[in-house]
Each structure stands twice: as C-alpha cells, then as structure tokens.
Write a protein that binds this ligand. Structure first.
Ligand code: FMN
Length: 381
C-alpha cells in the first residue's frame, strides 16, 4: 500500500470525505445517496452493525488466508467491485481504473450496462476478472448484441439485475437535475467550478457517456435524447420467462442480482441461474426494502447448497465483509466504497481502496483466529 495514500486515507470513511471535497455536489449525491427518505440506506448500516462476531482466542489455527474459490475459479479475496452506472460522472475513466485494479488484485469486476466505459475497453482492463451486468434492453437485437459483445471479449459471468422494475426516486438527483432527462443548471455549473480537478479531468475526457450503448444511438446527439433513449430501451422488467430466455441465450455463468426473498432465489434457481446476489441496490430502489444482511441468512438456508449466494449493499469496511461472509455469503460486492477510492485519488485510489479492505478483512480474521473465509460462519455470535 503506497505510504503516501495510507497517511491520507486510512479507511473507507476517509476516502468518502476526500471524494466529497473533490467532486461536485451533484456527482457526490448521485453516488452516496439513496431513494426517497434514504431509510433503506440507513438500515443497511444499522443491520450490519448488529452482526457480531465471536473470537476463539485459545484455539489453535493456521494463518488467515483470503483466497476464495468461486464458480470454478480462484480469487485472491472474497470481495469484488459492484456495477455502477454513469461511473464517469464520479470521476472520468473510473471504470477503467477499477477494472485494472481488480485484475491486478485478482478480484471480480462487474461492469454496468450503463457504465461510462464500454464492454470492450473494460474487458481489456479487467482481463479474466471481467463480469458484465445486463439491464436487458427491450429491443431483442440490442439485447443479443450486448450479450454477443460480452461473449466476444471472453466474459464468463453475466449478471442480470432484476431489482429495477421502476426507476428509483432519488430526491437529491431530482433536485440536482440528474433525473431523466437531465438538466444543466446554473447551480450545477457553480458546483463544478468549485471542483477544478474534477472539471479539468472531465473536460479532458468529455461528458460521461453510456459507452456500451453508444453503437445503438447513432442518430442521437443531445443529452436529453440520450436519456430518453436509455429510459425507453431499458424499460423491460425481468420476470421468470425473461430469465429463462436469458439462460437459454447465455452459455456462461448466469448470476441474478437484486434478490431479497427466498421466493425470488428459488425462481432464479428454477430458471437455471448459477448464482444470485442478495441486494437492495444499496438502498437506491425501494425505501421499504429490508437490509441484505437480514435477508441473507434465510436465503442461504433455502438455496445455499444448490447455487452460489453472494451479496452486496452497505459495505464500508473489512469488518462489514466479514459480517456478510459470516452470514453465509460466498462473495461480497461493494459499490460506493470502491468508487470513493477513485473519487479521492483517481487511478491509484482504486488499488488503495482494495488494499484497505484486504488489510481490514485480514485483521478481522486474524483477530477471530479464523483461518479461511469459508469458516467465518463458525464465528457468528
Ligand atoms: C451510483 C450508483 C449506480 C449504480 N448503478 C447500477 C447499475 O447500473 N446496475 C446495477 O446492477 N446496480 C447498480 N448500482 C447498485 C450497485 O451495483 C450495488 O448493488 C450497490 O451499490 C451496493 O451497495 P453499496 O454501494 O452500499 O456497496 C448502482 C449503485 C450506485 C451507488
């Protein structure tokens, strides 16, 4: 870990504070905010805080290892980067930086359909660690083409997000003009002028785009038309028949993201999915949703021996990752935490953030005297 960065940011909360001071308010609120009253966002934190781990100080054990086997592949740690749309709004080329850092650290990297970096570019950066998240477009030709492009770059993991049947209502984004269609106001220009490093980087790179969708938007030029196009093209709801169709069309690993109930986990299994990600979308979709960590235990009990169960929503530290693993998750994803690394320090921040989480998780396991990540459930109080 670079000494210069650890002295500036010793934990994710430090990265968040630096990001807040470095990017415009509308971009920070887009990243950090939740839907409606942000109740689910707060409950994610509260629920994780209530998961306690019990050390076994006098046990004889081996040194702790973070090595993780998942769907026939070995990763260096049991956590990965969750997909974030419009990543370039937080920091230009954020997705590329994260993809490269994930490859270097050997952890999974999931690119969003709506990221500001294209499938081809992100796959080049992430190599074997590249996973692709699909919001299935209603236009079948586009859907098939997106999947073919993922296949062409040797992507083995398709993540289908099911928890956006309606656009999340986020008052901060609406107030900031980031709703669809977006509007550039005097306020947002003023916020940008207060963040010159972000403004310069954005001028160099150009306005953030939905890079993977660009080939399908040839005749569309302005921001309003782009936003409308995305809204109408990606409006299809993922139900069981759609999932079954995607299963037929995709020969690699199929992962269903956004599961919060045993019933949906069982439907995903029925559709032939290899894995699920238990998630409430980081508290951005349903403000009455329960925290992932609360739903996880019963979902693992119901389907954990038949499919891989992973999780996200609320990770802000290594202890949070340990809490999720102790509840039975096999891989834990974080969205905002990794983005705070890039928001704070650009490309070096992507690796720094992974390093912080790795060091923190290792410390927890050594403190518990737990030798492997799969044994963490034995330390749940
Ligand atoms: C700014 C932002 C954009 C997101 N965009 C997407 C997306 O395009 N596709 C998706 O499946 N999930 C998206 N998510 C949800 C994340 O993948 C993940 O579920 C969530 O961030 C996890 O919570 P955490 O940020 O507390 O770790 C987004 C989350 C944030 C914060």
């Amino acid at each position: 870990m670079a000494d210069s960065l650890i002295s500036k940011a010793a934990c994710i909360a430090d990265l968040k504070a630096i990001t807040k001071a470095r990017i415009p308010k509308f971009a920070f609120e887009y990243l950090a905010g939740g839907c409606n009253d942000e109740n689910t966002l707060r409950q994610n934190r509260r629920a994780l805080d209530q998961v306690y781990l019990q050390p076994q100080y006098l046990a004889t054990s081996c040194p702790a290892s973070l090595t993780t086997e998942l769907m026939g592949r070995q990763y260096a740690a049991p956590f990965g980067v969750a997909p974030l749309g419009l990543s370039g709004l937080v920091w230009p080329r954020a997705a590329e930086y994260q993809a490269r850092a994930a490859k270097e650290a050997n952890i999974p990297y999931i690119l969003s359909t709506l990221a500001s970096t294209s499938i081809e570019r992100a796959a080049e950066c992430a190599g074997d660690n590249f996973w692709f998240q699909l919001y299935p477009p209603s236009d079948l030709a586009i859907r098939k083409d997106l999947m073919a492009r993922a296949k062409a770059v040797n992507c083995q993991h398709l993540v289908v997000t099911i928890d956006v049947p309606a656009a999340g209502r986020r008052p901060k984004d609406i107030r900031n003009g980031l709703a669809v269609p977006p509007k550039i106001s005097v306020k947002s220009i003023a916020q940008t002028m207060l963040r010159p490093a972000w403004a310069m980087a954005t001028v160099r790179q150009g306005m953030p785009q939905f890079a993977s969708m660009m080939p399908y938007m040839k005749d569309i030029s302005n921001l309003r038309e782009v936003a409308n196009y995305i809204r109408t093209t990606l409006k299809d709801v993922v139900d069981l028949p759609m999932l079954q169709q995607l299963r037929e069309d995709w020969s690699g690993k199929l992962i269903v993201k956004g599961v919060l109930s045993v019933a949906d986990a069982q439907k995903a299994l029925e559709a032939g999915a290899d894995a699920i990600i238990v998630s409430n979308h980081g508290g951005r979709q349903l403000d009455a949703a329960r925290p992932s960590v609360t739903a996880l235990e019963e979902i693992v009990a119901a389907v954990g021996d038949k499919m891989v169960v992973m999780v996200d929503s609320g990770v802000e530290s290594g202890p949070d990752i340990a809490r999720f693993l102790a509840q039975g998750a096999q891989m834990v994803f974080a969205g905002r935490a990794f983005m705070y690394g890039v928001g704070a320090f650009g490309e070096p921040g992507a690796a720094h953030c992974i390093d912080l989480l790795r060091q923190e998780l290792l410390q927890v396991m050594e403190q518990l005297r737990c030798p492997t990540t799969t044994q963490l459930p034995n330390y749940l109080l």
